[in-house]
Design a protein around this ligand. Structure first.
Ligand code: MN
Length: 260
C-alpha cells in the first residue's frame, strides 16, 4: 500500500516511473549521478545512447534498425540500464516502448551547460522534449564541464532539491535545468536568445586544406533573469519550456496585413 509520505508515489497512488536518458552516452558519470538521485522518487530505468551523441538535437534514426541492449552499470547501483545505437530521441522512444506509462524522463546530467541558443542543438534537452511528445513530462539537467569532472557528490543535494520541487508539479511539462559548479540557490529563468553565440573558426588540416570548426563562445552581455544569468551568478537555473514554436503575435499581424 502506498504511503502518502513516500515521495515515490504520486497522486494516483502509483509509483512514479522515471526514465533516465542523456546525450553523453550511457557510460557518462553524469547519467549515473542522475539515476542515483532519482531512485528515491520512483522506479528508475536508464536508456541511453551507446556512444556520445552531444549536439544531436532532436534527430531520430529512420534509415537503419535500432538495438536495445541490457547494460550492467555499476555506477548507477542496481538500476536497470539499456543502451541504444541511436540518438537521445531514439532512446526515449525505445525506452517508452519497452516500459509503458513512463511519467517523466530525466535527461543528463550533461557535461556542459545547455543555455540560450544551445537549446536548439542540445541532445540533452531533446530527450526531455521527446518525452513530452510521447505524453510524458521531461526535465533536462546540465552542468558546466571543465578539465576536471563535475563534482556530482556536491551537486546531488541540489538535484534532489530540484526534483522535490519539480516532480510533484505535473503542470510543469518541460523544464530545462542548469546547475553551476557550486550552487547557492534556485532561480526561475527565461531562455536567453538575444544574440547568437556561435563562431566559425577557420584552420588548416595536415594536407593544407582549409577547414572550419563551429564553436560556441559565451556572451559578454547577459540579460538578468535569463538561464545564463542565473548560472553565471551561481544559481541553479530552471526554465519552463514549451514545444509549440508558433509566434502568435506575428501570426496575428500577418493575417491582418496579408488577408488570404
Ligand atoms: Mn552532451
Amino acid at each position: 500500500m502506498a504511503r502518502v509520505s513516500d515521495q515515490r508515489y504520486h497522486g494516483s497512488g502509483n509509483i512514479m516511473r522515471i526514465l533516465i536518458a542523456n546525450d553523453d552516452g550511457i557510460y557518462s558519470p553524469g547519467i549515473a549521478a542522475l539515476a542515483r538521485a532519482a531512485t528515491k522518487f520512483g522506479e528508475v530505468r536508464i536508456v541511453a545512447p551507446d556512444v556520445e551523441m552531444s549536439s544531436a538535437s532532436h534527430s531520430i534514426t529512420a534509415n537503419r534498425p535500432l538495438l536495445y541492449k541490457p547494460t550492467p552499470l555499476a555506477a548507477a547501483g542496481d538500476v536497470q540500464a539499456f543502451r541504444v545505437n541511436g540518438t537521445p530521441a531514439d532512446c526515449v522512444a525505445l525506452g517508452i516502448h519497452h516500459w509503458e506509462q513512463v511519467d517523466v524522463v530525466l535527461s543528463g546530467i550533461n557535461l556542459g551547460t545547455n543555455l540560450g541558443n544551445a537549446l536548439w542543438h542540445s541532445g540533452t534537452l531533446a530527450a526531455a522534449k521527446q518525452a513530452v511528445l510521447f505524453g510524458a513530462r521531461g526535465i533536462a539537467f546540465s552542468t558546466p564541464s571543465t578539465d576536471a569532472e563535475p563534482d556530482f557528490a556536491a551537486l546531488e543535494p541540489w538535484v534532489d532539491r530540484v526534483l522535490r520541487l519539480l516532480l510533484p508539479d505535473t503542470r510543469l511539462t518541460l523544464v530545462n535545468v542548469n546547475l553551476p559548479a557550486l550552487p547557492t540557490g534556485l532561480r526561475w529563468t527565461r531562455q536567453s536568445v538575444r544574440h547568437y553565440d556561435g563562431k566559425v573558426v577557420p584552420s588548416k588540416d595536415p594536407m593544407g586544406r582549409t577547414h572550419y570548426w563551429f564553436t560556441v563562445v559565451p556572451l559578454d552581455e547577459t540579460e538578468e533573469d535569463t538561464d545564463r544569468w542565473a548560472v553565471e551568478h551561481g544559481m541553479v537555473s530552471m526554465t519552463p519550456l514549451r514545444l509549440h514554436l508558433t509566434n502568435d503575435d506575428e501570426l496575428a499581424e500577418a493575417r491582418r496585413r496579408h488577408p488570404l
